[in-house]
Design a protein around this ligand. Sequence first.
Ligand code: OAK
Length: 820
Amino acid sequence: MKELNKEEFKSEVEDYVKVLFRKSIKEADDQQIFQAVAYAVKDFIVDQWMATHRTYEEKDVKTVYYLSMEFLMGRALGNIIINLKGNQAIKEAIEELGLNLDVIEDQEPDAALGNGGLGRLAACFLDSLSTLGYAAYGCGIRYKYGMFKQVIENGYQIEKPDDWLKYGNPFEIKRPEYAVEVKFGGYVSIKKDEETGRNKFVQENYQSVLAVPYDLPVVGYNNNVVNTLRIWDAEAIDTFNLDSFDKGDYQKAVEQQNLARTICEVLYPNDNHMAGKELRLKQQYFFVSASVQRAVMKYMEKHDDIRKIHEKVCFQLNDTHPTVAVAELMRILVDEYNIEWDEAWHITNKTCAYTNHTIMSEALEKWPLELFSRLLPRIYQIIEEINRRFVLDIQRAYPDDYGKVERMAIIYDGQVKMAHLAIAAGFSVNGVARLHTEILKNQELKDFYQMMPEKFNNKTNGITQRRFLLHGNPLLADFVTKKIGDDWITDLKHIDELSVYTDDEMSRKEFMNIKYQNKVRLAKYIKEHNGIEVNPRSIFDVQVKRLHEYKRQLLNILHVMYLYNELKKNPDKEFYPRTFIFGAKASAGYHRAKSIIKLINSVADVVNNDKSIDGKIKVVFIENYRVSNAEIIFAAADVSEQISTASKEASGTGNMKFMLNGAVTLGTMDGANVEIVEEVGKENAFIFGLSSDEVIAYEHNGQYNPRDIYNTDGDIRAVLTQLVDGTYSSNLDEFRDIYNSLLDGQGGRPDMYFILKDFRSYAEAQERVSAAYADTAKWAKMAMLNTAKCGKFSSDRTIEEYAQEIWHLEKVKVEVTTED
Ligand code: OAK
C-alpha cells in the first residue's frame, strides 16, 4: 500500500486552492478548501485506480456489472480517507495547515443517488467489492438532482431540490471517449443484409441521445484496489446543424435536445413503489443500454468470441429496474452479431442474474404495452419473442394447468411484467434475507420456483463496517481495536472476540461511556438542527428509515401518544426518561406518509412543551435524514426500532447498522431481524407481534377486524380518538385519513398493516425495554453483545457469497508500480 506523504499532501492542497480558486488557504472559504482537499486526495488515489484496471486487463478477470438505478453513496471524502488508512496523516496535514478535517468533510454534499435500502445496499456492495479485490463496475445514472432535501415547515414535509453538483464533483472524471448512442422510439423495418442475405431488424426514424459516462472511484480498504462507479449523463447528439435545419429536421433536433436534457434530470423519489412514468422507463433503458453496449465493446476489445461473454461478464440486476438489460443483450447478440436466437438466449441466460428486493405489490414493475412498444420498439419485439417461447415452455411443463400462463407470462393483461422477464432470462434469482427468500419461493414467486427451483437462492444483506463503525463511530471503533485488534475492519467475524469482555465490568462501563458520548454528539446535532433540548441520559429510542405504512412509524407514534396519556393519568408513575427519535422522508406524492410525518411533529409539539411530564418523554423528528447524519444517529442509539408488519420488510439494513453500533433491536420477526435474533440470542432483543405466517394467514382469510380491538380496548380507543378530537391539531380533519385507514381502510381492508393487532404486544415489549434499561449492567451486556454478534452482517460476507455462488469471480491483488 502506497504511503501518504504529509508534506507533499499539504503542498498539493495549497496548489489546488491556488489553481482552482486563485486564493491562498487563508482566503479560501470552507467549500473551496473541501474542493482542494478532495482534489489532492483524488491525485493520491489515481495511481491505484490505474493500477487496478491495468491488473484486471493483464489478468483478464471476470467482471461483475452491478446495474442499479440507485447508488446512495453519501459523502466520499471521509470514507476514502479511512479506506486509505490515511486518517492520521491527513488529519495532521490538515491541522498543520490550520484547518479542521470535520469541518471540511461537512462541506461535501451527500451523493444521494438513491432512495433508501436498495440504493444504500448497492453502495455498501461497491465498498466490499473493492475491499475484497473483485473486479466490478457499478453502473447507474448521474442524476442532476438526487434525493430531495427535506425541510420541515410547521410540521409538514417540504421537498427542495438537491443540487448536489452545484460546485462540481471533484471526484468524478468525465470519459467522453466512451460515449455511446442510445435510441428511442421510431419503428422497426426489416431489411435484407447484403452480406449474409438474412433479414435484419433496423430501428428507423428514432430519436437518440449520447450517453456520456462519468467515473467515480470506489476505494478498497488498504489494498490498492480502486473500482469504478460509472454513472451516465445524457447529451444531445449533434444534429442541430445547418444540414438538418435545411432538411426540415429542426423539430427533431429540438426534440432530441429536450430528451437529452430531461433523462438524467432527477431521481424518482419512490421507495418500494412503482410510479409508472414514461420518463422512468427512458431512464432505465438509457443507462442499461449504455452500460451493456460498453461492457460488450470492452469484452470484444480483448476477446474474439462474443459467445463466451458469460465467462468474463456478469450483469447483476438490482431489482427489476434494469431488467431491459436482458433484451438489450439479446438485441446486440441477434441484431449486431448475427447470432441465432437460441444461442443468443443461452448466452443471455448465463450472463444475467436478478435480485428481488421487495414483495410489496405496488412496487412490482409492470409497463403498459402501448408505452413500452412506442418507446422501445425493437426491445419490445424481442420481449414478445421471449414471451412467446416462455409461454410454450410453461404449457409444455403444465399442459393441464391453464392458470400457469396467466400467472407467469411476461406479457399479459396488456402489460410487460419485468419480474417475470428477469426470472425467465437470468440464471439466478435471489432474495435478500432468509425469510424473504422463503416467502418468494413459497408465496410470491411460487410458480416460478416450482418450474425453475435451481435458480432460486438467498443472499442475506449486509452493511460495510468501514463506513458505519470505523468512520461513523470512531470512539467505538478505537475501543474495539484496543480490545481485539483491527482484523474486524476487513473480517467482521472477529468482532465476536468482544464477547468475553461483556462479563468485565470495566469494559462494560467503557462501552456505555462511549455510547453516552455519542448521545451527547447527537444531542448537540439535534439542538443545532431542531432547536430541541434532549437529555443524553434518557433512552435514545430511534426509528430512522423511509416513511412507509408497512414500516409502521404510525405504530411507534401511536404508542408515544399512549405513553403520554399514561403519564398524564399517573404523573408519579416510575418512568425511565425516553427520547423518541424519528427520521424519514416520504415520497412527494404519498399523502398518508406525509400525514404521518405531520402527526409525529404535532405530537412532538404537544409532548415536548408539556411541563407537567417533566421532560420524561421527548419526541424529535430529525429533518433531512440521509447517509451523512445517519452515521451519527446509529452511533447514539440505545433502541433500534425495526417494527415492520411481519413479511413486508424484505431484509432491512438499518437494523444491522444499529446492531453494529450496540443498539438493541425492538422488532418483529421480519426480514433480517430473524437472523439478527438468531445471532445475538432472543434474550438480547425485544421481539413482539404477529409472525409472518400469521400475517399471511389473515391476509388470506380476511378474518381480522380492527373494530373489535377498538371496541374492547379503551386505551387504544382513546389514542385513536385523539387523532380527530383536536388534541394534536385544531384542524379536526388533519389526521382523519390516518384514523380512517385504521378503522375503515381502503377496499374493505382496514388496518392493512396490523397496527392495532400488534399494539398491545408492542407496548408490552416497550415495557420490557424500560425495565431492562433500568438494570445498567444488564443493558450494557446486551448492547455490547449486539456489537459482538453482528459479524454475519458485513456486506463483505454477502459479497463473498455473491462472488462464489453467483458471479464466480476471482480475487485480484493490485501492486502499484512506478509505471502508474
Ligand atoms: C426500492 C424500490 C423498489 C423496490 C425495492 C426497493 C427497496 O429499497 N427495497 C429494500 O431493499 C433493501 C435492500 O435489499 C431491503 O433491505 C429492504 O427491506 C427493502 O425494502
